[in-house]
Design a protein around this ligand. Sequence first.
Ligand code: PPE
Length: 306
Amino acid sequence: MNDSKIWMDGQLVDFKDAKVHVLTHCLHYGSGVFEGIRIYDTKKGRAIFRLEDHMVRFMNSAKAISMPMPYELDELCEACREVVRAAPPEGDYLRPLAFFGMNPTGNIGVNPLKSPVNVVIACTHMGAYVGKEQLEKGAKIITSSWEKPSNRAAMLNAKVCGNYINSVVARVEAIKRGADEALMLNANGTVAEGTGENIFMVKKGLIITPDLSSGVLEGITRDSVMTIAKDLGYNVIEKQITRSELYLADEVLMTGTAAEVTPIGSIDDVLIGEGKAGPITKAIQKKFAAAVVGKEPKYKAWLDLV
Ligand code: PPE
């Protein structure tokens, strides 16, 4: 993907020229916000999935950390389209990032307000995030020994760069323990989410996902999956979930832009259902896969043709 173009503060630049200074504020303090957005090939051409919803969340994330966003929503959406138009065919993922840059005086310090806000939009190849095999066989996850910061400690409904060190250490822990992904519990000990995904469980035909006060990102895929599940005739509820409720679920799945709809086969070596994608997960996966490539007229508003 190093032949792609990157949008940087209003202009498309070559991949190799998209650089920042080492005194960039965000590099030291995590003072940035980002998004991840999928690009899909449809019959009518390339489309960006729920572009406006992602860019609204991007602007809200900036607002949450008192970062002035130098561009309007429509400018940001158009910039994303521009990047996709210039992207090689394997480009399937957009990464908008807004960050406090370098204080022009060269001084450093926690206060970001003397630094400019820089905005970049890159296109990269994501492919299967948790693994291709896992999309069918189910992923192996472990409960992280790290807990998710509480709503008192972090803005969990905003995608803030600095928040992600929690995900980074938990993901490394999972990999070291031979798992694909980690499950994060919150400070109350109830289920929050994955390091980069929301989580759902199925029990007796009912679909349950942690409510927002459980300390989860308000995922756009979470919303798409809730919509699809309801349209398929299932009841979906948002409530607190305990770790052992998950162990005893009929099916567990994770959702995210990168992860799409990923079935969970085991948690802490406890087999979930039959240890592979269950029937409801498969039905949701199938509808979601059709929706993102424009094969479900009902969801065509989710696609932004470039
Ligand atoms: N929770 C977290 C913590 C999270 O990072 C994501 C997205 C989600 C839930 C799902 O949100 P949504 O994409 O709107 O459905 N994680 C992004 C970053 C992954 C990465 O490794 O980078 C993503 O999936 O794009």
